[in-house]
Design a protein around this ligand. Structure first.
Ligand code: PEP
Ligand code: MG
Length: 892
């Protein structure tokens, strides 16, 4: 193996071996762009080092050879006393990763060579400042000395000299600072700052290798599911200096606007500075466009390079560059991050420029970006500009929320009951805050990150959330929020929070609906001349996704309104109508009567009352989905959901008894409620079990479906009903229901004189059903995977409780990076889905396969369902465009 590659030996496709940074430096070198010469130590070398704890001997030799070649080329040796070659050492893994050691600049400076640098540059101040920076960065990142030891000493020096920025420190002052920094190194490590340049370099390389296994990097990889055995590459690059005077500087640039996708000159430039000064925000940068007046030649060259890079990468690139005394150098490039809106616009712009084809455009966007674009947002014209920004936190759950500030859940609930909109503000949330979070428009916390309780639960609820806004002080005792500028928000003051940007505003910021939703709703047309550019782009990409996708997309909907919206959003049918939702409200009592019926007569009467109501529901649903399949699932949830609360009822009866006026009905009800009470209702009398235990219940529902279909047919409609049985664990259950169903259907068909073409299938949502899918398929026309219950039962995680209880701990420990209720657990739950699909199709090749758990609208899961060969996914109406897009991406 070869452990070291000169920049001229690599290319952009070698990210696995050379890391992202190294591969792109190589690519730029080979494009003939001005990259300072250097070489990359491969991830293989890192792995060899990590495996054995020792750098391979061969690595040392290879580094020596490449270093010599570099020295030859530059005409000076690393750390040479009278004219030192200096290098930077930078990490660069395949994926960029927080927690990895970043950069050490100016390697090669020593007590001796600092004088050489001063002489060569003619700038003593610069030389000592460079040496000061080396010791500081080396001490912090390589030797593990707390960064504050250096930064505090620097601050002291500035104060002592009355300097406001480091640039105001004289050469003398910097010389003193170097002495102090060296003392810190000796004190903290028990040895002197290394003077041998090669030793500096080797130690820095080793530190980069070691940082691969730092705890933050490991945690990040666990959460992002990045394998631990990739290793990182190390880039050794000859130094160029942006801090050699006013004709030098450093900057960052994008080849187009990463916010809107618009082409133009975007970036920042800082004169007489090095890269980390920009990041540290020590001095103010100027817009990149100003470079044209500062240094026209470099500016023109940069513009040309940007064009070269865009055409070459066929994408938006971001760039770091340095100008050393009028000479432009490219230090880094990569395909740049962008906002969701820009991703869509850039993808279609590149198609129009002929740089990519439509399939590639589809790969350049994704469903989470589309989902982000579907939230309402603050009015960017005027609204946000005039708003007073209080602070900034982590954008944890998207959307725009406005309401009165409340500081505890009790107040949130109380105020929202009286019709107020509230924003719940807490330092952090815990399970006691659940009801308050539900009552609020949005949630704001000052602590915690993307996996904090507030963030996880808010995302689960679909509530807007900004978390970890650390600059805002939440005072729950005094019930107020203090912003850094001194502004105080009292309880009841209106605040606005933006869960897509993390920004927090005082007062009410006007909210505008998402143009993308307006488009899907048919209220905005992509063809109109003045149509929003974003809408045009979304329209084009959706059309392409629809053309290539194999998966069909249906909706989970149980009323005509949702069904109609789903259809506008592109649903190709209903994959799940949860009939229990049709029994709530006023009808609950009818169900209660059915459950409590003592005699055959009473039960019949209850069923008889329910039948026409159900039938009416179905007629509406079939009408709104005319010509498309509608899967109606028979009653599923535990019975107690239809009965009065056991505690409330017990108290009422006890009170009545103490007054000696208990009423007969309540006593009977209490008895029944006790009889039906279960410790684990989710594992209890629900689904098909209900249908088999309560005579007439399923027959009534099946009759309602059949009658509704007949009614639609008679009216010239095209109903396509599918009857679905929930919670089946064994084929025997399904056989019993099927027999019963067939009788009813035959009867209705006979009476009405029409064929109804009804099919009957089952949910696969219990492990036993998945394991015996081959048998179950004998009796089913279709399977629909209920991945909510399947996840619940495979993991033994209560789907109603876990997200709010211990999931944050699991996420923080990196046991999984995302809730298995959100993204399908491919290895566990997913493997059951795969094998059940195969077994089902083996029994019955024409078996229709779908999924109707929440995963049906989750981007990553959609790809999985495509891959295992399902026919359709079904999801809530708002997720339909996301599922269409991802189904297209999976097929493209
Ligand atoms: C499921 O379990 O995945 C499902 C779709 O049914 P429900 O969510 O209604 O239990
Ligand atoms: Mg279920």
């Amino acid at each position: 193996t070869k452990y070291v590659y000169d920049f001229s030996e690599g290319n952009k496709d070698l990210k696995g071996l050379l890391g992202g940074k190294g591969a792109n430096l190589a690519e730029m070198t080979n494009l003939g762009l001005p990259v300072p010469p250097g070489f990359t130590i491969t991830t293989e070398a890192c792995k060899a080092y990590l495996d054995s704890g020792e750098a391979p001997a061969q690595l040392r030799d290879e580094v020596s050879a490449h270093l010599s070649a570099l020295e030859e080329r530059m005409g000076k040796k690393l750390g040479q006393a009278d004219d030192p070659l200096l290098v930077s050492v930078r990490s660069g893994a395949k994926f960029s990763m927080p927690g990895m050691m970043d950069t050490v600049l100016n390697i090669g400076l020593s007590d001796e060579s600092v004088h050489g640098l001063a002489a060569q540059s003619g700038d003593e101040r610069f030389a000592w400042d460079s040496y000061r920076r080396l010791i500081q960065m080396f001490g912090d990142t390589v030797l593990g000395i707390r960064g504050e030891r250096f930064s505090e000493t620097l601050e002291e020096a500035k104060t002592a000299r009355g300097a406001t920025t480091d640039v105001d420190l004289s050469a003398e002052a910097l010389k003193e600072l170097v002495t102090k920094f060296k003392n810190i190194v000796s004190e903290e490590t028990g040895r002197d700052f290394p003077q041998d340049p090669r030793e500096q370099m080797d130690l820095a390389v080793r530190a980069v290798f070691d940082s691969w296994n730092g705890s933050r990097a490991r945690l990040y990889r666990r959460q992002e599911r990045i394998p631990h055995d990739l290793g990182t590459a190390v880039n050794i690059c000859s130094m160029v200096f942006g801090n050699l005077g006013p004709d030098s500087g450093t900057g960052v640039a994008f080849t187009r606007d990463p916010a809107s996708g618009q082409q133009g000159v975007y970036g920042d430039y800082l004169q007489n500075a090095q890269g980390e000064d920009v990041v540290a925000g020590i001095r103010n940068t100027v817009p990149l466009a100003d470079l044209e007046t500062l240094d026209k030649a470099s500016y023109d060259q940069l513009m040309q390079i940007m064009e070269t890079l865009e055409n070459h990468y066929r994408d938006l690139c971001d760039i770091e560059f340095t100008i050393e005394r009028g000479k432009l150098w490219m230090l880094q490039t990569r395909v740049g991050k962008r906002t969701a809106a820009a991703a869509f616009r850039i993808a279609t712009q590149l198609v129009d420029q002929g740089l990519i084809d439509e399939a590639e455009a589809l790969r350049r966007v994704n469903g989470s970006q589309l989902a982000q674009l579907m939230f309402p947002r603050f009015d960017s014209n005027g609204g946000v500009k005039n708003a007073e920004q209080l602070g900034w936190g982590i954008a944890a759950s998207p959307g725009a929320a406005v309401g009165k500030a409340v500081f505890d859940s009790y107040t949130a609930i109380k105020w929202s009951r009286s019709g107020e909109k509230v924003i719940l503000i807490r330092r952090e949330t815990n399970p006691d805050d659940l009801d308050g979070m539900l009552a609020a428009e949005g949630i704001l916390t000052s602590r915690g990150g993307k996996t904090s309780h507030a963030a996880v639960v808010a995302r689960g609820m679909g509530k807007t959330c900004v978390c970890g806004a650390e600059e805002l002080e939440v005072d729950t005792k005094r019930r107020c929020l203090k912003a850094p500028g001194g502004k105080v928000v009292e309880e009841g003051d209106v605040v606005s929070i933006d869960g897509s940007t993390g920004k927090v505003y005082a007062g009410e910021v006007p909210v505008v609906p998402s143009p993308v939703v307006e488009y899907f709703e048919g209220r905005m047309h992509a063809g109109a001349d003045d149509a929003d550019e974003l809408v045009k782009a979304v329209h084009r990409i959706m059309a392409y996704a629809d053309r290539v996708r194999r998966l069909r997309v249906r909706a989970n909907a149980d009323n005509a309104e949702d069904a109609a919206r789903a259809r506008r959003f592109g649903a190709q049918g209903i994959g799940l109508c949860r009939t229990e939702h049709m029994f709530l409200g006023e009808r609950r009592e009818l169900v209660e009567r059915l459950i409590l019926a003592d005699t055959e007569e009473e039960r019949k009467r209850a069923l008889h009352a329910l039948l026409p109501l159900q039938q009416g529901d179905f007629v509406e649903l079939f009408e709104s989905m005319d010509g498309l399949p509608v899967t109606v699932r028979l009653l599923d949830p535990p019975l107690h959901e239809f009965l009065p609360d056991i505690t409330e009822l017990s108290v009422r009866v006890a009170l009545a008894e103490s007054r000696k006026d208990a009423n007969e009905n309540d006593l009977r009800l209490l008895q029944a409620v006790h009889r039906l009470h279960e410790q684990n209702p989710m594992l209890g009398l629900r689904g098909v079990r209900l249908g088999l235990v309560i005579p007439g219940l399923f027959t009534m529902q099946i009759r309602a479906i059949a009658e509704a279909a007949a009614e639609r047919k008679a009216g010239g409609g095209d109903p396509r009903a599918e009857i679905m049985i929930p919670l089946v664990g064994t084929v025997q259950e399904l056989e019993l229901v099927r027999e019963e169903a067939q009788e009813v259907i035959n009867e209705v068909e006979r009476e009405r004189g029409v064929g109804l073409g009804l099919s009957l299938g089952t949910m696969i949502e219990l492990p036993r059903a998945a394991l015996t899918a081959g048998q179950i398929a004998e009796c089913a026309d279709f399977f629909s995977f209920g991945t909510n219950d399947l996840t619940q039962t495979v993991w033994a995680f209560s789907r109603d409780d876990v997200e709010a209880s211990f999931f944050t701990a699991y996420l923080e420990k990196g046991i999984f990076g995302v809730s298995p209720f959100e993204t399908i657990d491919k290895d566990g739950v997913g493997s059951l889905v795969r094998s059940a699909a195969e077994a089902g199709r083996a029994t019955r090749p024409d078996l229709k396969l779908g999924v109707c758990g929440e995963h049906g609208g989750d981007p990553e899961s959609v790809h999985f369902f495509h891959e295992v060969g399902l026919d359709y996914v079904s999801c809530s109406p708002f997720r339909i465009p996301v599922a269409r897009l991802e189904a297209g991406r999976a097929a493209a």
